[in-house]
Ligand binder design. Structure first.
Ligand code: FES
Length: 127
């Protein structure tokens, strides 16, 4: 994909996010804010007996990068195991977005991943 196509995809995910909403009685739930701007994301996930993510949703509010990254991330992690999700890193998110990001924007981009991983840590403490 060209850089313009990546940009367009980010805008599409921002305007029409995938897996946006909440899950009743989720196994994994967590929320966090980016302290520098106040953007927030909540993540919810259902985990099966093999520790695979069966369903995942997010909600929140903020900039195009934080919201589009969360939307792309939810598409990516469906069917992954919790271990696989924990191994995702900033570079994976950058790759999903496909555009150059300043350090400030990288923080926006990884907010969703930070929240999901925070939820997984909590889930594993309890199970
Ligand atoms: Fe706040 Fe992007 S400006 S997360």
């Amino acid at each position: 994909m060209s850089r313009d196509m990546y940009r367009q995809r980010i805008l599409d995910h921002y305007r029409d996010p995938q897996n946006y909403g909440t899950i009743d009685d989720p196994d994994v739930t967590y929320e966090d804010v980016n302290p520098s701007c106040g953007d927030e994301i909540q993540m919810y996930a259902v985990v099966d007996e093999n520790d695979e993510i069966q369903d995942v949703k997010f909600d929140g509010q903020g900039c195009a990068i934080s919201q589009a990254s969360a939307s792309l991330l939810t598409e990516e992690v469906k069917g992954m195991t919790l271990d696989e999700v924990r191994q995702l890193e900033t570079d994976d998110i950058k790759e999903m977005l496909g555009i150059e990001l300043s350090p400030v924007r990288v923080k926006c981009a990884v907010l969703g991943l930070k929240v999901l991983e925070g939820g997984i840590v909590e889930y594993e403490k309890e199970n």
